[in-house]
Design a protein. Structure first.
Length: 138
């Protein structure tokens, strides 16, 4: 069963445009050092879809990526405790969905994006996924 997620990245470190330029092979989503976020990475399966969220600068959902490879040891972690996944660009939202808009939308006010704002990898329920897709004009 497909699951839905949200991945946060600072656009001056890794942006949706950079993700798109990588192409079909995708890229490794690594560097996650929070245990709760890492546990979420471990739950991801091939084919799962993830919103791509620009954090700090912009604070908005800007696109969608797809999981190509489930959790494997993160090569950037010298102690080999944390994992990474491989993701590929799927699409940009026609209209980015801002954090401010999400906070004002009662039907999705329960999301971890609001409740646990520092968490970089979080699950999304299907109903919220569809609402945000509609808000993003896709």
């Amino acid at each position: 069963m497909k699951q839905y997620w949200l991945l946060k990245s600072e656009p001056d470190v890794w942006s949706i445009d950079q993700q798109q330029k990588v192409g079909a092979k995708g890229t490794t989503w690594d560097g996650v050092r929070n245990y709760q976020a890492a546990n979420n990475l471990k739950k991801m399966r091939v084919g799962d879809l993830c919103f791509f969220y620009h954090s700090n600068i912009g604070k908005e959902i800007v696109g969608i990526v797809k999981v190509l490879k489930s959790a494997f040891i993160d090569k950037t972690d010298e102690k080999k405790r944390f994992v990474a996944v491989q993701v590929r660009f799927e699409m940009k939202l026609k209209k980015p969905v801002t954090l401010e808009t999400i906070k004002k939308t009662k039907k999705i006010s329960h999301l971890p994006l609001i409740k646990q704002s520092r968490l970089s990898v979080m699950p999304m329920d299907y109903k919220s996924w569809k609402i945000i897709c509609n808000m993003g004009k896709i």
